[in-house]
Design a protein around this ligand. Structure first.
Ligand code: NA7
Length: 467
C-alpha cells in the first residue's frame, strides 16, 4: 500500500480519504451498497439461509451473515427532560455533521468528559464565545502529542513494517509497542516517577504499557493514577477547577483511557467553565439552556459527548431473528452471551466481527478485526470445501466462554470502574455485564486457532443432506 498518514492521529477528513483509498485499491466499491440501513435479518430454517431486509425495500438472501457494525456506533443521547423544548442546536459527537459546526459567537455547553468530550472541548473552545463543560465523572487523560510524522518516522514504518507488525501481533492490546515487563510495585518510587515522566513525554496509550502491573495491581495502578492527578494539578491554575477535575473515582485505565491535546489547559482560558454534576446535577433543559440544581446556563449549542450503547447497541437495533424466530434481543436479555465473541447459539451461520466477548475495544481495533475476519474466512472456506450447510455454537460452549470472559476481566482491575460502557452501566436499563475480552489478543487468537484445529470444538457443523 502506498498510503502515508500525515499525523500521529489523523483527523476525520484524512481517515475518510484513507478508507476511500483502501476501497479503491482493493476494488471494494462493487461489493458495497451505500446509504442503506439494515432493518432486519431473519434466518429461514427450511432453506438454511438468512434474509436481510433494508430500509430501501431491497432484500438480500445469504447463506452466511457477517456483521461488522462496530462496537461504538449506536449513540447514547441521555433522556434529559426538556430537550424537546430547547430552541438551540444540539449535536452528538458520534453523529457529527460532515460539514462541521460553526461555534463562532456561540455559548456552548458540552455534556460528557470521556474520550470524545476530552478531545472535543479544546477544539470547541478555539472558536466558541463561551464553553461550559458539564462533568459527571472526572477522568484521567495523557497527552496525545499529536503532530506531523517525520520523514524519518515514515521511513522507519516502511523499513520495519514486518517487525512492527510482529510486535502488534504479540502485544496484548495489539499495539505497535510492547507492554513493559517491569513491575511498578518492584520499582523504587524515584525510578517509577522517572519512567512515568518519560511515558508522559512520549504520550498516547503507551503510558498504560509503562509497567506490566498497572492494570492488575491496585498499588501499581494507584501510583499511575496519582502521577496523572499531580500532572493535572500542575496544569490547571484554578484550584477549585483542578479539584473537580482530579476527583476521579476509578483506577486509571479501568474506563477507556483518553489521550488529549491540551484538554486540561483548556480550563485555564477565561471563557471556559467547568460544572461539577456530582455536586449540582442537571435537572432539565430549558428553552434557552440547561438548569442544574443550583444554576441556569444560557446556551446556544449543546454538544452531547455522552458516548454509546456500546458493543451490543448496533446489533440489537437490527431485528435479528434466528432459529424459530427467536430474536437476538431475547437471547441477550440478561446481557450478551456468545462463543469466541463471534457466534450465538440459535443463530446459525451468523458471525459477529469484534462482538462482545472478544478483545475488540480493549485492543487496537484493526488488529482484532483482522483476527476475527481471518478466522471467519478460514471457517467458511472449510465449510464450503467439505460441504457443510451450517455452523452453530452450543449453549454449553457459550456458558464456558462467558465464564472465561468474566475470569479474564476479574483478573484485572477493570470491573472496578463505575458506570462504564465496558460493562453497559452507562445506558440506563442495560444489563451490567463486562463485555470485552480482557485476556489479550495473543491468548484469544491461540484459543480461536485451537478451536478450529480441533474440528471447530464448541460448534455443531451440519450437512442437511447427510443428516
Ligand atoms: P464515553 O467514554 O462513554 O463518555 C461519555 C461521557 O458522557 C462520560 O463522561 C459520561 O459520564 C458522560 N455522560 C453520559 N451520560 C450522561 C448524563 N446523562 N449526564 C452527564 N454526563 C453523562 O463516550 P466517548 O464518546 O467519550 O468515548 C467512547 C469511546 O469512543 C472511547 O472510549 C474511545 O474508545 C472512542 P459518566 O462517566 O458515565 O459518569
Amino acid at each position: 500500500m502506498g498510503w502515508e498518514s500525515s499525523e500521529r492521529y489523523p483527523g476525520p477528513e484524512e481517515n475518510c480519504r484513507y478508507l476511500t483509498y483502501v476501497a479503491d485499491q482493493l476494488d471494494l466499491h462493487k461489493n458495497i451498497r451505500f446509504n442503506v440501513r439494515v432493518t432486519a435479518a431473519h434466518y429461514d430454517e427450511s432453506s438454511a439461509a438468512w434474509t436481510v431486509f433494508t430500509d430501501t425495500g431491497d432484500e438480500y438472501k445469504a447463506k452466511y451473515l457477517i456483521t461488522g457494525v462496530g462496537c461504538l456506533s449506536s449513540t447514547n443521547v441521555p433522556n434529559i427532560p426538556g430537550l424537546d423544548t430547547f430552541v438551540g442546536e444540539w449535536y452528538h459527537t458520534g453523529e457529527w455533521p460532515h460539514e462541521g459546526v460553526d461555534f463562532r459567537g456561540k455559548r456552548v455547553g458540552q455534556i460528557g468528559t470521556g474520550s470524545s468530550g476530552i478531545q472535543a472541548a479544546p477544539v470547541i473552545a478555539e472558536s466558541a464565545q463561551h464553553l461550559t463543560v458539564f462533568q459527571r465523572t472526572a477522568n484521567y487523560s495523557v497527552p496525545a502529542h499529536n503532530g506531523p510524522l517525520s520523514a524519518e518516522f515514515q521511513n522507519r514504518l516502511r523499513r520495519d513494517f514486518h517487525s512492527i507488525k510482529a510486535t502488534m501481533l504479540a502485544s496484548p492490546n495489539g499495539m505497535p509497542f510492547p507492554l513493559s515487563e517491569r513491575l511498578a510495585t518492584e520499582t523504587e518510587p524515584e525510578e517509577r516517577a522517572r519512567i512515568f515522566e518519560e511515558a508522559w513525554a512520549t504520550g498516547g496509550l503507551q503510558f498504560r504499557s509503562s509497567f506490566f502491573d498497572l492494570m492488575t495491581d491496585e498499588e501499581a495502578n494507584a501510583a499511575a493514577s496519582e502521577f496523572i492527578k499531580a500532572k493535572i494539578r500542575g496544569i490547571v491554575k484554578d484550584h477549585e477547577t483542578a479539584a473537580i477535575l482530579t476527583n476521579i473515582d476509578h483506577p486509571y485505565g479501568t474506563k477507556r483511557p483518553p489521550v488529549d491535546s491540551f484538554y486540561f489547559e483548556t480550563f485555564n482560558q477565561e471563557h471556559v467553565d467547568l460544572v461539577d454534576l456530582r455536586a449540582t446535577p442537571i435537572e432539565t433543559f430549558t428553552p434557552h439552556g440547561i438548569r442544574t440544581s443550583d444554576s441556569d446556563y444560557r446556551l446556544d449549542v449543546v454538544v452531547f459527548a455522552t458516548g454509546f450503547d456500546a458493543m451490543t447497541g448496533a446489533l440489537l437495533k437490527m431485528d435479528i431473528r434466528g432459529r424459530g424466530g427467536k430474536t437476538l434481543a431475547d437471547a441477550w436479555s440478561a446481557g450478551p452471551r456468545n462463543y469466541l465473541g463471534l457466534q450465538v447459539a440459535g443463530f446459525p451461520n451468523l458471525f459477529t466481527v469484534t462482538g462482545p466477548g472478544s478483545p475488540s475495544v480493549l485492543s487496537n481495533m484493526p488488529v482484532s478485526i483482522e483476527q476475527h475476519v481471518d478466522w471467519i474466512t478460514d471457517c467458511i472456506e472449510h465449510m464450503e470445501h467439505v460441504g457443510i450447510d451450517s455452523i452453530e455454537t452450543t449453549q454449553e460452549a457459550m456458558t464456558e466462554w462467558v465464564q472465561h470472559v468474566n475470569d479474564m476481566a476479574n483478573a484485572t482491575l477493570m470491573p472496578k470502574a463505575n458506570h462504564s460502557w465496558y460493562h453497559g452501566s452507562n445506558v440506563p436499563g442495560k444489563p451490567v455485564v463486562f463485555m470485552p475480552y480482557a485476556g489479550g489478543i495473543p491468548r484469544f487468537r491461540k484459543i480461536c486457532d485451537e478451536v478450529a484445529a480441533d474440528g471447530y470444538r464448541g460448534f455443531v457443523l451440519t450437512n442437511r443432506e447427510a443428516s
